[in-house]
Design a protein around this ligand. Structure first.
Ligand code: NA7
Length: 537
């Protein structure tokens, strides 16, 4: 058909968020002919989809932005941790500078894709029945592309408004004077609670696991101050690639018990006052490895947080004296008055570990103790089939016709967290077995994107038709990902990092926990050794 002719492109990228746009820009610079397929209507990925109340990034700028000079040189932010509306504006600016959209097909959802060996082309089909062909196929679909709706009894019978956070109506929901329920206390739940409780008559949060949240310490930023700092940006962007999580700070070279309890207390106080993720990612280097070290960090967190909650019942649910899990092995949210808001008399915290949700009714939510609470608006902040869900949901088939969802049924196999054996010339970003959830998004996609771009240049130079990871290389990578993780406290906690948030999903480490510098080295070792771990044809 004519469309297929038109779309016989060199590189087809799925997703127009941070990752997809970066790949497009860098590959176009090298002269590759590229196209992006994007299911949404705008650039911005998660920031295009997320418009729930209070949605904002929990990594500060300029760490959370592109290192591309044309983009950063005139752009300034109004806040240290920008909200979704400003992030959307950022992508408008990106468009103005990089001229991305002329190569993006919006409203285009991929439903199947397979590599055809004889023609050395990916054949990609879309939901609206179109077909495209491409030599290279790249997935930049993010780690939260498939939302998670637990199927509670009676959910469809609720007569008020009910929305999943990632499917919040554009233009918002008027919660003034309304009774609002929030189910889930991940980063999303925390943000919805603290924002809606400003206007709602009451907010009731249904909590299974407390979020061991940290004070964000939001701040306004002036244009002058940012323009003044621009000269440091090249250094800032270079440095972020040398830290574990792609931030501007890193764990310190000391262990928790190297310090006396007074010194430790002082150190914790300093991190606490600085705010943001410092208490997590600039803490002692054994924080995420040693349980007794971790307990010290938990105790300090609990002491600080409990002091903010006057209601003793709420205090024990939100910040119990005994850790629910090792501190920092689930992503701590960066909160803004979350605890003070929930402490208010009209708001309630329901511990659904003790009294689980039994059913939704026409008017509200009934818990196992028989109690029915009535609401006007219910927000489901129940998260995502994170990391692997998006890629498993796209009809990707290997060269023999085996679905990726089948290949990954009992666990995940990839090589370098960017390629899969049996999927020649396919690359993915910010997904399974990469630094994904343990890193700053832009740092991760730039690190992986640069590797893909270098690999592409080399493939072209050496006139290679296709590359495919070997099964052995995948086995080795999986083992590496698991071994690194097994040294940490992460496997002991049921989190989405471990696939444990989705019933029936295999429990395994889904992210590379060795940090960005080590990851980068692993990837470069393959590239510089003649594509070690791949077969090339
Ligand atoms: P998260 O972090 O996965 O949070 C989901 C929340 O929903 C979490 O508190 C879950 O409790 C809760 N949840 C999920 N399923 C259920 C059921 N069946 N019953 C009760 N409660 C449930 O998703 P977010 O959207 O907040 O954040 C996703 C990431 O995106 C975030 O880390 C940022 O990096 C960006 P649980 O903790 O599993 O007990």
């Amino acid at each position: 058909d004519t469309y297929a002719q038109e779309l016989d492109t060199e590189v087809l990228i799925v997703g127009a968020g941070f990752g997809g746009v970066y790949l497009l820009h860098k590959l176009r610079e090298l002269g590759f002919k590229c196209k992006i397929f994007e299911a949404g209507k705008e650039l911005g990925g998660i920031w295009h989809w997320n418009c729930y109340p209070g949605a904002r990034v929990d990594t500060q700028v300029p760490i959370y932005e592109y290192s591309i000079e044309e983009v950063w040189k005139d752009w300034t932010w109004s806040e240290k941790y920008p909200g979704f509306a400003e992030l959307r504006k950022y992508f408008e600016h990106v468009e103005k500078v990089l001229d991305v959209k002329k190569d993006v097909e919006f409203d285009t959802r991929v439903v199947s894709a397979q590599f055809d060996k004889p023609s050395s082309r990916w054949i990609v089909r879309t939901e609206d029945g179109r077909t495209a062909r491409a030599k290279y196929f790249m997935l930049a679909t993010g780690f939260a592309a498939k939302r998670h709706f637990p199927d509670w009894k009676g959910m469809e019978s609720f007569k008020g408004e009910i929305h999943h956070s990632s499917f919040w109506p554009e233009g918002g929901v008027d919660v003034r004077g309304k009774r609002v329920a929030v189910v889930g206390t991940g980063s999303t739940g925390v943000q919805i609670v603290q924002e809606t409780s400003k206007d709602a008559a009451s907010v009731t949060v249904f909590q299974r696991t407390p979020n061991l949240a940290l004070p964000m310490r939001q701040a306004k930023l002036s244009r002058e101050e940012q323009m003044e700092r621009k000269k440091e940006y090249p250094e800032v962007f270079k440095n972020r690639m040398t830290t574990f999580a792609g931030f501007q700070y890193d764990f310190i070279e000391r262990n928790t018990f190297d310090d006396s309890s007074e010194e430790r207390e002082q150190f914790y106080e300093k991190l606490w006052a600085a705010g943001g993720f410092k208490y997590w990612l600039a803490n002692y280097k054994d924080l995420l490895f040693d349980k007794s070290a971790n307990d010290q960090a938990y105790d300090f967190w609990a002491k600080k947080t409990r002091a903010r909650i006057s209601d003793p019942v709420k205090r024990d649910i939100l910040a119990p004296l005994t850790p629910p899990h090792a501190w920092g092995t689930k992503r701590p949210s960066l909160e803004q008055n979350y605890y003070e808001q929930l402490d208010k008399e009209e708001n309630e915290v329901v511990n659904i570990k003790e009294t689980p949700i039994e059913e939704f009714t026409e008017t509200g939510i009934r818990t196992a103790d028989g109690k029915l609470r009535e609401f006007d608006v219910i927000a489901l902040a129940t998260g995502f089939d994170s990391v692997t869900g998006g890629m498993k949901n796209m009809g990707l088939k290997d060269v023999d016709g085996v679905e990726l969802s089948e290949k990954w049924k009992m666990g995940t196999w990839s090589y370098l967290g960017m390629t899969c054996s049996g999927f020649p010339n396919m690359f993915f970003l910010y997904g399974a077995q990469g630094p994904t959830a343990f890193s700053n998004g832009p740092s991760c996609v730039e690190c992986q994107g640069d590797w893909i771009v270098d690999a592409m240049a080399k493939l072209r130079e050496e006139d290679i038709k296709y590359i495919d990871a070997t099964r052995e290389a995948e086995e080795g990578w999986r083992q590496k990902v698991t071994e690194i993780s097994d040294k940490t406290l992460f496997p002991g906690t049921s989190s989405w990092y471990m696939g444990a948030n989705i019933p029936g999903k295999p429990r395994e480490q889904l992210n590379y926990a060795g940090g960005i510098p080590l990851y980068k080295k692993e990837c470069l070792d393959s590239l510089n050794n003649g594509f070690a771990g791949f077969i090339t044809v």
